[in-house]
Design a protein around this ligand. Structure first.
Ligand code: HEM
Length: 409
């Protein structure tokens, strides 16, 4: 991988191998070329922003926008998301700008406040214990499939009112979809299309059922907003449900998985946490900084020309804020490659910043805390059941998450 700005190299940011060496690559970029021009597989020119200060500023800079429709031609848009169904998936707050963003976020904000989330503590603990009851006597498990995946998906499904028995089906759909829609590789898109259609059909059935028979869940509340106040169009309703499902578990699976990995790779930190469980809040913040689940997903579009580090980011170019790089920036964090669960002033950017700051942060933090503490209490002899070289990261642009994490206890 050369660091050159003359041409735009096609960066292999997607493979499992890249994830293994990503942090040293980011370090070189921060030092040598902090705003780095590269090409995405669909031919789109993008700029990787790697320093902490620039990342923070870019996330708050309203010259960088989320919805590119005013910047790109129909042909370019089709190249970007070449599918008929896109209107049903992408009309969500994460891909919109004010005033749409403000309206959409306000509709669900109430359900995700720290106070509302606190009320879920008992239920999250119950789900965690039930999952571990099923595993306890086995002596080994794959943390990702058996623990880190079911916990957040059951929680978000219960909030939305989706039957939890359908969770494996969702996982299969979303694994393919998330890769396809975030990197726009045409072949991946073709592969994903039938899954996208199945998912849309499923959401359609759910909406129909709740229209006939409303309950206390979030989907019913959103349908009410759609029918009553014209606050939400039908496309936005589908897109909101899709976003909440995907954002609600894809990331938290990796917070739990990466957290277990980081602790098992640093036995002295693990012991410290076991004997001082009150360190759990700062341990979660350090996991978010050290192995943040969202590595590069935070893309935006330049709404006008922007000059940064002597590089001209042209109107219509994409920028990708490398949160994983910002979170290891030595100008912000002392010994950034050190995993230290007692780290102070840990102002990491793992949940983003500005108006798109993660809506689900209080929920993710609570799930992460309960999951890790309960796991360590109930399985105090937890050990990795594989060597570091055989660990495989998921080949996705967006996330940092393991394909599997075998442990014994
Ligand atoms: C936005 C990370 C869990 C819902 C974001 C963003 C990041 C992020 C970095 C900002 C993206 C940007 O600026 O482009 C994470 C991480 C999580 C997590 C690391 C787990 C550890 C959750 C959960 C939910 C959620 C549990 C619950 C539904 C959302 C939503 C947005 C968002 C709806 C869009 C907010 C907006 O555009 O205003 N998340 N997230 N996230 N997250 Fe999370």
């Amino acid at each position: 991988m050369s660091i050159s700005n003359h041409k735009a190299p096609l960066l292999d940011l997607f493979s499992s191998e890249f994830k293994g060496k990503a942090y040293s690559f980011y370090t070189r970029l921060r030092e040598n070329e902090p705003v780095y021009r590269f090409m995405l597989p669909n031919g789109q020119i993008a700029w990787l922003i790697t320093q902490y200060e620039d990342a923070q500023a870019a996330l708050k800079d309203n010259r960088f926008i989320k919805n590119p429709h005013t910047l790109l031609s129909q042909e370019q848009m089709n190249k970007l998301i070449p599918m008929l169904e896109r209107d049903l998936l992408i009309n969500n707050m994460a891909l919109s700008d004010p005033p749409d963003h403000t309206r959409l976020r306000n509709l669900v904000q109430k359900a995700f406040t720290p106070k509302m989330i606190k009320e879920l503590r008992g239920r999250i603990q119950e789900i965690t214990d039930t999952l571990l009851d099923e595993i306890q006597d086995k002596g080994k498990m794959n943390v990702i499939d058996e623990f880190a995946f079911p916990l957040p998906i059951i929680v978000i499904f219960e909030m939305l009112g989706i039957p939890t028995k359908d969770r494996d089906q969702f996982r299969e759909w979303s694994n393919v979809i998330i890769e396809a829609i975030t990197i726009d590789i045409p072949e991946k898109m073709q592969e994903a299309l039938p899954k996208i259609q199945s998912l849309i059909k499923y959401i359609g059935h759910l909406i129909e059922e709740r229209r006939k028979d409303p309950t206390e869940d979030l989907v019913s509340a959103l349908i009410q907003a759609e029918t009553e106040g014209k606050k939400l169009t039908e496309n936005e309703l589908y897109s909101m449900i899709f976003l909440l499902i995907i954002a609600g578990y894809e990331t938290t699976v990796n917070l739990i998985g990466n957290g277990v990995l980081a602790l098992l790779q640093h036995p002295e930190q693990l012991e410290k946490l076991k004997s001082n469980p009150e360190l759990i809040s700062s341990a979660i913040e350090e996991i978010l900084r050290f192995y943040g689940p969202v590595e590069l997903a935070t893309s935006r579009w330049a709404g006008e020309d922007v000059l940064l580090h002597e590089k001209m980011i042209r109107k219509g170019d994409m920028i990708v804020v490398a949160l994983a790089s910002a979170n290891r920036d030595e100008t912000q964090f002392k010994n950034p490659d050190l995993f230290d669960i007692t780290r102070k002033n840990n102002c990491h950017l793992a949940f983003g910043m500005g108006i798109h700051y993660c809506l689900g942060a209080p929920l993710a933090r609570l799930e992460g805390q309960i999951a890790l503490l309960t796991l360590l209490r109930r399985m105090p002899n937890l050990r990795l059941n594989t060597d570091a070289e055989t660990l495989k990261w998921r080949p996705t642009f967006v996330m940092r998450g393991l394909i599997e994490l075998p442990v014994v206890f």
